[in-house]
Design a protein around this ligand. Sequence first.
Ligand code: SF4
Length: 509
Amino acid sequence: LRHLVLVLGDQLDGQSAAFDDFDPGQDAVLQMEVREEATYVPQHKRRLAFFFSAMRHFRDEQRGAGRRVHYSELDDPANRGTIPAEARRWAEALRPRKLIVLQPGDWRVREQLARLGWPIEFRADRHFLCPADAFADFAEEHPGLVMEPFYRFMRLRLGVLLDPDGRPAGGAWNYDTDNRAAFGRSGPPPCPRERSFAPDGVTRGVLALVERAFPHNPGRLGGFDLPVMRSQALAALDDFVEHRLGYFGRFQDVMRIGEPVLFHSHLSGPLNLHFLRPAEVLEAVIANPAGAPLNSVEGFVRQVIGWREFVHGIYWRFMPGYAEENALGADLPMPRFYWTGETDMRCLAEAIGHTIDHAYAHHIERLMVLGLFALLLGVRPYDVHRWHMSMFSDAIDWVSLPNALGMGQHGDGGVVGTKPYAASGSYISKMSNYCRHCRYDPHKALGDDACPFTTLYWDFLARHAPRFARNPRMKYPYVHLARKDADELAMIRRRAAALKTQLTAEAFL
Ligand code: SF4
């Protein structure tokens, strides 16, 4: 055997750089389901099923295309259970001259493979639209590493949404002011149901395997309907562009009871496992067959070529130290209810319920409910990242660490965001219908019906005043804090301390 092309679970693209010189006559593919990747954090059953089903469909597609694929199923007695041990077992059996693998999406896995003791070639992953050297050049020229200039750099680099004279389409780079609609009296219009995909025989086999091998893991498998192959992901993309993109921009920060997806694309899973390519997502959104307004198109493009590429660049620039960062000294564990949804705070019960049922919650629930509460409480940032890796079907280390530890928890001290995403219950009240169905009052910080978010918000500002009070983007919160009566603030802080003790008494991890 000449080359053994190792395809990890988040590298499911048959046209990736790992296949550039693939010769079916002398090369083969290796895929492995290994127990260590399924257990190093307790994994949501739906997440496991999504990965295994997508991997098995990829295997079948590759075999259909005439490529030889060696595949380790999870319950094969010969399976050694970890990526390096299993890769070594196959290498010793097949004796390839070298292994080929794309740059993994996880620093830990890259280190394991680099120490494999078998010749291995890592190839740059051109799934990402900003190559490592381009990000390094940008970082040299913009040491502050702010997302907005990076996004403009990418628009120009890729020639996306530009007029012929090189200026931004519509005259502005960013239509965020049109994209912050509040929930309002009656909320956004009814949202069309997203396309769903009934499990085929391969997926049904995987669902049975996950139920058998991981009966006590968190999350639900019932109603599994995720796209698990490329043709389905392309159909899901068409469905989004046709039916939901139009309202995506305006309502992207809104949350509504019983709706985990709303107008979001829900394409992060297929994208992060690479059976959908960002370039084709961009093409479909810019073609815009249903005539979505520019603020929606631009807002979506910014997520794909701005945020997604930015956090990928940040991850590789700052790992491995990034995972250790804890700028705010947060030291509490995740409350147990993050795994069960058993809380009387309606917003958290909804967002966690969506996560348990679907292994998914949309971006604003992740950032401004789930992440926000952990930030205000003072949960260890790495633990929030671990929870993401446990519970979301689209979480990969490169995307989760900068989003959860960096953006959500400000653990990186301001690399991803220049201020913490701190807010009180009033923000959630404005952006959702959750508070109308909650026993707490989002505007109260004291009393039996005081919203825990609001109590903890004032405590957070007071606790971190030395760090944030002079941040120009935090000016108004600190003006309001300064107006608080000293006795009232002392009572708020006592209530916050009691909440922290009570809510973290029962930790899960
Ligand atoms: Fe959440 Fe507070 Fe609103 Fe209840 S009142 S839903 S706890 S923000």
